[in-house]
Design a protein around this ligand. Sequence first.
Ligand code: GUN
Length: 289
Amino acid sequence: MTATLIDGRAVAARVRKEVARDVEALPAPPGLATIIIGDDPASAIYVRNKRRQCVEAGMRDLHRPLPGDISQARAAAVIDELAADPAVTAILVQLPLPPHLDAAALIDRIPPGKDVDGLTAGSAGRLALGRPGLRPCTPAGVLVLLDEIGVELAGAHAVVVGRSDLVGKPMAALLLQRHATVTVCHSRTRDLAATCRLADVLVVAAGVPGIVGVDGVKPGATVIDVGIHRTGTGLRGDVDADQVREVAGALTPVPGGVGPMTIAMLLRNTVTAAALCPSPDTASSRGRP
Ligand code: GUN
């Protein structure tokens, strides 16, 4: 069997187009505040792409670069200021932060209605409880890809490799919400390949190049590779794609699979957040700050 490759670029382009159309229908353009602290080169590239796509979708780019030596109190004050600003309908704090900062405490200052990364404790709790809310972008994008190829999740065995707050944990919660039987593997899992081999749907977000090989894939399984690593021979994922392609039923390529979905879902969350927020004009006319 040769796996069908899932074209994340095409799906992301469609989502971006839908978002641009939805933005036009809003009374005022959403405003996305991207906060970057310090000069991590990978973060700079991610944030530049987020800002560009935000503008291309007709939204306002309200970028706030902050110095790498900023204090916790000053960073908190900037977030509070953005939280109170009605022109800012969405706030994103790019991770990782410099080690002297308490990232969780800063993220938790974002109001739930502006939490377009879905990373606050409030948003994570709402997801865990199955209540409506803004969902983390990468796992939300994975669900869109699974729906795109028509994977039946109800009753399927889904195995998630990785337990990060950004991907693994919310991915498991989203799959559970869709009635999959969910197993979460991580660095202490004893026989990773044997557990992965149980999966009808395998989502690998371990951050370890090639951690899942052909011995970890059931023939015909749908394999979603969230990893992306720059190697001497180009970009590679967490899955050994050359071998797994021969066994899986469907596979996301790296690059061009999950990657493009993350920003597309951020844009979609930004529209959702703005639609829930009063626009600056209507907010002032209703006497809000
Ligand atoms: N760093 C890597 N990916 C992400 C993401 O999706 N959101 C944020 N805020 N930081 C990240």
